[in-house]
Design a protein around this ligand. Structure first.
Ligand code: NDP
Length: 605
């Protein structure tokens, strides 16, 4: 009997039934308007992104000439700054919209905020900073402090320009410099620019009819209004005790924050379109003895091990051993052992799918075990493959639905909340009157880069990035763009994706350090990729993307699959990545650097 036939004979469920259910649930949620279903947070909605954490600091405009400007002070900018320091690139300024470093961890301070990726992989530079995370999964305040620790250690506060948004970036051929304008009237020029504005920096709102009509209180989770709710990251939201609260959205942010809201609100209505998969958290304090026993180089090895696991590559041991890597542990137990007959690639793909079904059956069973009301439990079950959406891990979310003051409102038949009125939220013709609406509706991903960054970039010969990327991303290795000399993009897009984004950013920071130093030491004024090299890289991305695109096209809509349009329009976080994954991408870049030819880059002297 073949490996696959053996698995089928032992399943205890019907895969065809599950496939049909996945498809039906996906089709039900697929909207023709894709990203257009969201509204840009500006003009009448601009208050949703004001900084509630610091007073605006008045200051005179800055005029400055510098070697490197980094735009963004989240982990992308911090790691670039840190790695540049280590590489001897010290004349660096970091421009950041927030009042401090931290990026996503500066803005997202909602109660219960935590990182779902194991801290030993996620928190960068642990060995360099000799820092031991408190727990396996860090809470936001620890991560925020860690970002400040990086800035202090690498003297990044010296060149920091906070509470400042870049408004324009323009290349000047004569001086071979970038001119950077800001909303503080600064005029800063730089020889190199690193754009590190992050993939999830721009909160979005659903364009629900009546959005502006609501007369109660409202905010987005990425600007949590503790003045209204009371309390802090640890909860104690006593300001909600006499309030009826609506929360819209059930992604990773809600899974973590809603238990705190439910504990204090007089009444909570949670509006769900697609349920998240909610797995066991199982957090635990770091074992000091174990941590001290780790050998130098352990963090890089652990990150690589994690990436190998989640891309299905063979490893000797699953070091992280959590809910992210479980499907692949299941798969490994099903795959042929040494000495057994090999299976074909198609059979391998099917075995992974069966492992996924087992995993998701477990997730759905967990809902049954915890949620007492059967009809609520049914609505909370996710019907898609685990990595179709960002999986979540939490031990308090599901028990929340056993509270008498909590109602789950399913909006899937309406493809989302129907209407907002002056008094509340309407679904299925029923108006839920509330005092406060909290939008947990995520961030722009599929819109244009310049819209998300908040500034236009004009390169050589007046070419704007909006025009150049009008019909899709074009980069060389994800970092550099033809016609935009000495400008580097770090983050996601045409490079190796990992759920552990800080590892990606760290590898990128080291690669860009190498590029800058090579351009300088070779005496070039600037470098940019040739048209051919860029076209070749785009072709590489596209030709390898087919398997990824097929996987995500079958998924329920979300930002991973460009709201269901990945097959027709490309894009989405998963549509533009180097499909073999972060480890393979890093290996490719290592070979490229070792060749020492800067092949594909054009240096101008
Ligand atoms: P998401 O984009 O994941 O979730 C937005 C939610 O809003 C979805 O549930 C979406 O439903 C819902 N929604 C959108 N429009 C409507 C509508 N018209 N009516 C009803 N519901 C609507 O945002 P999050 O802030 O939760 O998370 C964003 C990302 O940030 C995560 O995916 C993760 O990458 C990261 N993050 C990581 C955390 C961690 O490590 N722990 C914690 C928090 C965030 P639908 O799914 O149907 O579109």
């Amino acid at each position: 009997m073949s490996k696959l036939a053996k698995e089928y004979s032992n399943l205890g469920f019907d895969p065809e039934e599950i496939r049909a259910k996945y498809k039906a649930e996906r089709d039900k949620r697929l909207r023709v308007d894709g990203n257009e279903q969201y509204v840009e947070v500006k003009d009448d909605f601009a208050h949703y992104i004001e900084d509630p954490y610091v007073e605006r600091l008045e200051r005179d405009p800055i005029e400055s000439e510098t070697e490197v400007v980094i735009i963004g002070g989240g982990f992308g900018g911090l790691l670039a700054g840190a790695r540049f320091q280590q590489a001897g690139i010290t004349d660096v300024r970091i421009i950041e919209a927030g009042g401090d470093f931290g990026g996503t961890w500066y803005w997202n301070r909602y109660p219960g905020a935590q990182c779902d990726i194991e801290a030993y992989c996620y928190l960068p530079l642990l060995e360099e900073l000799n820092y031991m995370p408190k727990e396996k999964y860090s809470y936001a305040p620890e991560i925020y402090s860690h970002s400040q620790r990086i800035a202090e250690t690498f003297n990044l506060y010296d060149g920091a320009i906070f509470q400042t948004r870049v408004t324009d970036l323009r290349w000047d051929e004569d001086s071979a410099r970038w001119h950077i304008s800001t909303d503080r009237e600064d005029t800063i020029s730089a020889r190199f620019v690193v754009m590190a504005t992050g993939p999830l920096n721009r909160p979005k709102l659903p364009a629900i009819p009546g959005l502006a009509d609501f007369e109660g209180h409202t905010f987005h989770t990425s600007r949590w209004d503790y003045e209204y709710t009371g309390g802090d990251h640890n909860g104690n939201l006593t300001g909600l005790e006499d309030k009826r609260v609506a929360v819209i959205g059930t992604g990773a942010t809600t899974i973590q924050s809603v238990p705190y809201v439910a504990k204090h609100a007089k009444q909570l209505y949670l509006f769900q379109r697609t349920p998240s998969s909610v797995d066991l958290r199982g957090n635990k304090p770091t074992d000091e003895e174990w941590f001290e026993s780790l050998e130098p180089g352990w963090q890089k090895a652990r990150r690589q091990n994690f990436d190998a696991m989640v891309t299905g590559q063979p490893v000797e041991q699953d070091l992280v051993n959590d809910g992210w890597t479980e499907i692949f542990r299941l798969f490994a137990s099903m795959a042929p052992k040494p000495g057994e007959a090999e299976v074909s690639m198609d059979e391998m793909v099917e075995l992974v799918e069966l492992a996924d079904m087992r995993k998701m059956n477990g997730i759905r069973e967990r809902v049954n075990e915890i949620v007492e009301d059967d009809s609520t439990a049914e609505v909370l079950k996710p019907w898609y493959r685990q990595f179709c959406k960002r999986p979540t891990f939490n031990d308090e979310y599901l028990p929340t639905f056993n509270r008498p003051n909590v109602s789950l409102i399913d909006t899937s038949d309406e493809q989302g909340v129907e209407r907002i009125t002056s008094k509340g939220v309407v679904v299925g013709g029923v108006e839920y009157e509330v005092d406060c609406i909290i939008y947990a509706t995520g961030f722009e991903v599929g819109t244009s880069y310049t819209r998300r960054a908040g500034y236009e970039i004009t390169g050589r010969d007046g070419r704007t990035l909006s025009e150049y990327w009008g019909e899709g991303l074009k980069t060389f290795h994800g970092y550099s763009i033809n016609g935009f000399p000495n400008c580097f993009q770090v983050g996601l897009g045409q490079n190796g994706f990992s759920a552990n984004l800080t590892a990606v950013l760290d590898d990128q920071a080291q690669h860009v350090s190498y590029l800058i130093n090579e351009i300088r030491s070779r005496g070039a004024r600037y470098a940019e990729p040739t048209e051919e090299a860029e076209a070749g890289w785009v072709e590489t991305i596209r030709s390898l993307a087919a398997v990824n695109i097929a996987f995500f096209d079958a998924c329920t809509p979300g930002y991973y699959n460009n709201e269901g349009k990945i097959a027709t329009e490309g894009g989405g976080i998963q549509g533009e990545s180097y499909a073999p994954g972060a480890n393979a991408f890093n290996a490719l870049l290592t070979t490229w650097r070792e060749a020492g030819e800067l092949e594909g880059l054009d240096l101008t002297y």
